[in-house]
Design a protein around this ligand. Structure first.
Ligand code: RIB
Length: 323
């Protein structure tokens, strides 16, 4: 069995999404537009992104024994994610997220973790056989920290490339960072991880240097609509984002991480993987929802071939590699 698979260990939430022209202030009531229910959760979103692009993707997570689990498992399975290692908790409900999306496509999210926080290191160890099928492990921070540390350690023991998307933000111990090959914080997360203010490329680089000194292999600081900065021990490079009209920015970071890992699992160099991830993230904000906004490779090729696409030439060069 070739080890080309992608292992995603993380959360799954049912997202309840309300659109509104403007976010309410504390104590304020505003009228909304539409209300929708979308499969989400950072781990599940990233797994779906990898799978829809065509990657062999294994997901380990924990859901409750309820209707949200039934709907999400059906949807993720339909999108091609291997769910043979999905766990079910009989007592805690499936994770849920309350999301408000404003007229500019920005969002505010409250996550109610439920069963996600019941995923234990022992759960992962009992499923350790799956590590032999993958070459990359992708992690986020919506499950218990001890499970993340143990998963990263196990992944390294299987010679995986370990990619950590440190979201939602929290300080992390060096005992985790030393296992991380690629860390992908946004600016807020980079600030919280390092204690340094991050507002522009120069301060993002300083924060990234601090993370490299803590043992991380490479850092990609994502900077929203501006793009992202790659910092490695011997170089740095800024990658501008694609210009699109945002409908819903929810899960843009998940699209970036999923596409990055998908591309790396295919043997792409990191620069080319970041360019592709930037493009997939741009595509995702033009659609509503989290998993529903992830493109297939066919959709990406069409998106990149648009007249005027800034990476049109790159797209045709890469088309064969990802076909
Ligand atoms: O990154 C977006 C995701 O964050 C949403 O799908 C929501 O469930 C939260 O986990």
């Amino acid at each position: 069995m070739p080890r080309s698979g992608i292992l995603v260990i993380g959360s799954a939430n049912m997202d309840l999404v309300a659109t509104t022209r403007k976010f309410p202030r504390p104590g304020e009531t505003v009228f909304g537009g539409t209300l929708g229910m979308f499969p989400g959760g950072k781990g599940a979103n990233q797994a779906v992104c990898c799978a829809k692009l065509g990657g062999r993707t294994y997901f380990i997570g924990k859901m409750g024994s309820d209707i949200f689990r039934d709907k999400m498992a059906a949807s993720m399975g339909h999108d091609g994610v291997d769910l043979r290692h999905l766990l079910v908790d009989r007592h805690a409900p499936t994770g849920a997220a309350l999301i408000a999306v404003d007229g500019g496509g920005q969002n505010q999210i409250i996550v109610v973790s439920g069963s996600n926080m019941k995923l234990t290191p022992a759960d992962i160890r009992r499923r350790r056989g799956i590590f032999a099928r993958a070459s990359i492990t992708l992690l986020q921070l919506e499950i218990p920290l001890e499970t993340i540390v143990d998963s990263a350690r196990l992944a390294k023991r299987h010679s995986h490339l370990v990619v950590l998307n440190p979201a939602p933000a929290r300080p992390l111990p060096k005992s985790l960072l030393r296992y991380v090959d690629v860390l992908t914080p946004n600016e807020t997360e980079a600030e919280i991880l390092t204690g340094l203010p991050v507002h522009h490329a120069a301060s993002a680089e300083q924060a990234a240097q601090k993370l490299l000194a803590a043992g991380v292999g490479s850092v990609i600081v994502t900077m929203g609509r501006r793009g992202c900065l790659l910092v490695t021990p011997d170089r740095k490079r800024f990658f501008p984002a694609l210009r699109v009209k945002a409908l819903d920015t929810t899960a843009a970071g998940d699209a970036f991480n999923g596409a990055l890992v998908y591309s790396l699992s295919n043997g792409s160099a990191i620069d080319s993987a970041i360019e592709f991830a930037n493009a997939v993230a741009a595509f995702s904000v033009t659609r509503m929802g989290a998993q529903s906004s992830m493109p297939t490779m066919k959709e990406m090729n069409r998106f990149l071939a648009r007249p005027g696409s800034p990476i049109n030439r790159w797209a045709s060069h890469e088309k064969n590699r990802h076909a």
